[in-house]
Structure formats: C-alpha cells, structure tokens
Design a binder for this molecule. Structure first.
Ligand code: G6P
Length: 602
C-alpha cells in the first residue's frame, strides 16, 4: 500500500526522498510524488508508474541548503492512478501526503466545496490540505490549524503536511497507518517503514495511534490527546534486507503477522455500521444475475471454494467454482445471467486471464477480486474489487488468501442485502464477526511457540491429510497446499466425511492427519470422522477451541462465536505450521523450488 517519507535538513532533499521512496517500492504503488520547500520556495513533482518516471520529471531540480521535503508512493484506493490523484496534494500554499483512508472525506469535501474550494483530485486526501488552510485562515498558529484538521479526520491515516507559512516545519499525525520518525544529528526523517531510513539514521521512534506533532531541525514536539509526550528512540537495524522483513526471518512470516492489520485495509469504507458497501461496483451489477461462476488457480481457487459456500448459504445464489486451466478447455456452458468472478493475487495468471476472456466473449459480466490494480486481469474485467493486502513477497500466498476470503464474505453479505435473503439480525451478526476478524488474526506468541515445538514431530511420515467440513474443507486444501509448497512433503486436503471412501486405507501411525475442528460448524460430525481415523492408529493433530483428549497433539485456538473467526485463526495455525516445518527442514521459505509468484504461462 502507500508509502510516506519526509526529511528536514541540509542535505540534497530530492535525492534523500527519492532514495527513501525506492526503499518503499516493495509495498506496491502505481504513482509517486515529492514536494520540497527550500529557500522559502515550494516545488513539487508527480508521475504515474515507477519512481524512475518521477526521477526523470525532477531531473533538472536541485535542493541544496536547509529545507524540508515530503514524498509518497500511492496505491490507488479512491480514484484512478493518475498524476492529479498522486500525492502530495496541494492547497494554495501547503502540501500533504497521506497513507490510509479518510472515511468521512465525502462530508469534508462537501463542506469545503460549499465554501468555494475547488478540488482537482478524486482522492480522500485532498480534503486534508484544504481543511488545514481553512483552519489557518481563522488566524490561528499553523500547529493549531493542523491539530484542528486532524481532529476532524475519521479513519486511518499517517499524514505529513508542509506549508510555506512555516517553511522549516513538518507537521505529522498517525492513526491506524504506520509511521516512524528517525533522527541523525540535526536531521529528521519520517517514513512508513524503517527500510526507508536504514543507513541514513541510527535510531527511530515508531509512532503510536493518536500521536501527532511537528518537527524542525533539531527539535521534535510530540503530543497525544493534547498532552506533550516524551519519546524514546530505538536503534534501527543496520541491514536493509532485515529491515524489509521487519525483523522476521522470512517475508512469509512477516506476511502471516501482517494479516491482522491488512484486514483493516480490506474492510475500510466497505464494512459500514449496518451495511456493506462497494464503491467500485455499479448498483445494477447484479440485475438479471441468477448464478455465479468463480474461476481461479492455486490458493485463489481455494478462496473461491470458500466463497461459494458462503454465497450459496447466505445470498442464496447458485455458485460454481472452477480451476481456470480446466475451465478453458471443457467447452463450458455459459449463459449471460451468470456473473463471472475471477480471483487472483497477481492479476497476471495466464489461465485465469484467458478464462476471463472466454467468459467475456460469451457475453458474461465480469468481476475480479484482485490484489494488484492495473494488472491484466483488472484491466480486462468489467469490475474489480481490490483486496488491498499490500505487496506479497513470499511465493506461498498468505495475506492475499486471507483478504480474498474476506472480500468474498463481504460480497456475500452485500448480495444477501440486495436479494433480501438475510434478516437484519443475521446481517448484524456477520458484520460484527467481520469487525472481530483483525483480532482473530493476531498471532499470539504462545500459539507460535507451541506450533514451533510441535513442528519437530512432523518432519517425516508418509503423508499428511488436512481434513475439514464445509468452509473448513477449502481451508484444509489450502493448509495442505501451504505445507506442500514450502516443505516438499506430500500433503492432501480432504473433506473429513470422505476419508472413509478410500484414503482411510492409508491410515497408520505414520499418516499425519491435521483435523480442523471448529466448535461453530459440524463439530460432532468431524469428531466422528476423526475417531474413525484414531481407531486405525493414524496420528492426529487436532486444531480446535476445545481440548480433544483422543488426539496425539492438540493446538488450541480461541473460543469464538462465529465460524469465520475460527476459520481465520485456524488458517494462521496451518500457515505457521507449514512455515516452521519448512524452516526445520532447511528450505528456502520465500522462494520454494520450482514455484513462481506470478504464473504468466499456461
Ligand atoms: C502461483 C502462486 C500461487 C497462486 C497461484 C495463482 O502458483 O505461486 O500462490 O495461488 O499462482 O495465482 P494468482 O495470482 O492468480 O492468485
């Protein structure tokens, strides 16, 4: 997602900001920009696409001597990735960069337009700079005007603001989106992540939600709830690669831990108080639609299977899921009353893209659930819902899967409301459970430690079966895929009730069964299936909120009152289990043999 940087000091500001932005490229972006005040003069440059485009635009510009600068890489959420929508956003004499989503931006925008302000972008961010200048016009000091501005913002933000009225100061605020400030002698740096400042500064302070303040050369004032706050900086890592991994051993591990926070991004502006909203969808999209066909590959296919259970059960719409490479050559029957949904983290998977083109040729409306804006699949689709997971580096997909499932769950409720298939109480239950999801996705230290200790018992054997029922069946498929991908051990996902129709013949002490046993969905049924395996001496690792004494090993998840919360926590367990087994086997977790992140060949 978006990246923010800032600098106060004597050095060449353009170079510092551009270098820092390059370090944030891994977060994913589609446009970038910088603004500099030196010698009291304001300059700004913006460009769509890669940072080298921005470098070209700013090539003739130099900013030596003392001054301030801010920069931004934008990952489009409100409005297309155009130059006008790129940050920094300009008021009459001030600039702002922002990461996050301002939920009440429409209200702010309307208020400002009514006062005669002209907006040039479609972003939620532009309101911030105009609001600041309006507040300043009441005659208060710039910091008071900034505070009054921040007080009006609802949603998530990390904000840096500069103004010609205070040409030596950067105003900053953080709530829900990451930001740190770093110092080196008299120089001050800001960034969304420490990779941007490693090598430049030795120490940093990671801002907490609700903190704001202003910085000048050699002086930083920090506040929380109107009270000045002392802060203690922490040493920064010296190694850049380590910094990109935020101290985790592998990107995959970092991405597993990120799932809780990216889920907030996925839901922002979509899960509202008593409804689901998708700004990106046309109100008439579902008119005349009687069925859904989902097409995807790999992990995205598993997300699709999960979505199909939800869509049929709650939105009461027939839903079929197909593996794209199979779909392409089976001469499928396609009727225009079917909505064609593709799911893809990369947006470039050749089989999914070709399946989409086939569906379009047959006259179907298309929607994609994708993590990369402007990717081929997004461009080819009539509609796109972005999963907003941020760039995923580990080849084995984790946070992309979690956010795909969340979008499908939200889409189900969106459709259930349109089709009037759920009563208000049930909708409230679903929305509440969604709001609890980020919490269910927090990795507890004890849970990780337990999985780490257990993992040493699962490095051999003649195979793994992950078993589950209902939505826990696709989760079992995904758990098995994760293990296969990074441990190279043989693993299969199976519907628990189907084991007795064949696979149970394999059962012995060396057959490892990972049993997904949620309390909120068919617990007794799966318990019987597990007992059948125990009777044949299979080794069972049970994952459940309740102790299951007959299992060989047991991993406890939190008690929850909704199956989706159990789903997401069990997903964490299966991901961490695969990770720890793979590490113990000495494999390259992030780049497993033979696999690619984006498969653009058939
Ligand atoms: C590759 C990746 C998988 C992914 C699959 C589908 O095999 O390694 O992680 O699930 O492609 O990719 P997509 O980008 O379409 O989700």
């Amino acid at each position: 997602m978006c990246g923010i940087v800032g600098y106060i000091g004597q050095k060449e500001k353009k170079e510092i900001i551009l270098d820092a932005l390059k370090e944030l490229e891994y977060r994913g972006y589609d446009s970038a920009g910088i603004a500099v005040i030196s010698d009291g003069k304001l300059n700004h440059f913006k460009a769509v696409g890669k940072i080298k485009n921005l470098e070209e635009k700013a090539s003739g510009f130099e900013s030596k001597g003392s001054g301030i600068a801010i920069g931004h890489t934008r990952w489009a959420t409100h409005g297309k990735p155009t130059e006008l929508n790129a940050h920094p956003h300009l008021g009459a004499f001030s600039y702002v960069v922002h990461n996050g989503i301002i939920e009440n931006y429409q209200e702010l925008r309307k208020e400002l337009i009514d006062k005669g302000i002209k907006f040039v972008s479609q972003t939620d961010t532009e309101s911030i700079v105009h609001l600041f200048e309006q507040n300043l016009a009441t005659g208060v000091e710039p910091f008071e005007a900034f505070k009054a501005t921040i007080n009006r913002l609802e949603g998530a933000y990390a904000v840096l603001l500069i103004t010609q009225v205070a040409p030596d100061t950067i105003f900053f605020a953080k709530n829900g989106s990451p930001m740190l400030l770093a110092r080196d002698d008299n120089d001050v740096y800001f960034a969304s992540s420490d990779t941007a400042v490693v090598g430049r500064a030795k120490e940093a302070y990671y801002l907490e939600d609700g903190e704001y303040g202003f910085a000048k050369t050699n002086s930083v004032k920090l506040y929380s709830k109107d009270t000045p706050k002392e802060f203690v900086t922490k040493p920064l890592p010296e190694d850049k690669t380590l910094a990109q991994k935020d101290g985790f051993r592998f990107f995959m591990e970092k991405e597993i831990y990120e799932q809780s926070s990216v889920m907030n991004d996925t839901m922002l502006g979509r899960v509202l108080e008593d409804t689901i909203e998708f700004e990106e969808l046309d109100k008439s999209l579902f008119d005349g639609i009687r069925a859904i066909k989902i097409c995807a590959c790999g992990t995205s296919y598993h997300a699709g299977l999960t979505g199909a259970y939800l869509l049929e059960r709650m939105a009461k719409i027939p839903c079929q899921v197909e593996i794209a490479s199979e779909f392409r050559y089976k001469e499928p029957l396609l009727t225009p009353d079917t909505l064609f949904i593709t799911i893809s983290q990369s947006g470039e998977t050749a089989d999914t893209l070709e399946a989409l083109k086939m569906a379009k040729r047959a006259g179907l409306k298309s929607l994609t659930i994708c993590n990369v804006d402007n990717s081929s699949i997004v461009r080819e689709s009539d509609y796109a819902i972005l999963t907003r997971a941020g760039i995923e580096k580990g080849v084995a997909s984790t946070k992309a899967f979690a956010t795909q499932v969340m979008v499908l769950w939200m889409l189900t409720i969106y459709l259930a409301q349109k089709r009037d298939t759920l009563d208000k109480e049930s909708i409230d239950t679903e929305l509440n459970a969604m709001r609890h999801t980020p919490k269910a996705l927090i990795v507890a230290r004890l849970l990780h430690e337990r999985i780490y200790r257990l993992s040493k018992r699962y490095l051999h054997g003649h195979g793994f079966f992950f078993i589950g029922r209902d939505i826990f069946y696709p989760l079992a498929l995904e758990g098995a895929l994760k293990l296969k991908e990074i441990s190279y051990l043989h693993a299969e996902g199976y519907p628990a009730g189907e084991m007795k129709h064949g696979p149970i013949a394999l059962a012995d002490a060396e057959l490892f069964t990972i049993a997904l046993m949620p309390k909120n969905m068919l617990y007794d049924k799966i318990k019987s299936n597990v007992e059948e395996l125990i009777a044949r001496d299979a080794t069972i690792l049970a994952i459940s909120p309740d102790t299951f004494g007959m299992a060989d090993d047991y991993i406890k998840i939190r008690h929850a009152d909704h199956p989706m919360l159990e789903f997401f926590e069990m997903m964490l367990v299966t991901q961490i289990l695969a990770l720890e087994i793979s590490i113990r086997l000495g494999n390259d977790v992030d780049m497993p043999r033979n696999l690619a992140k984006s498969v653009t060949v058939e």
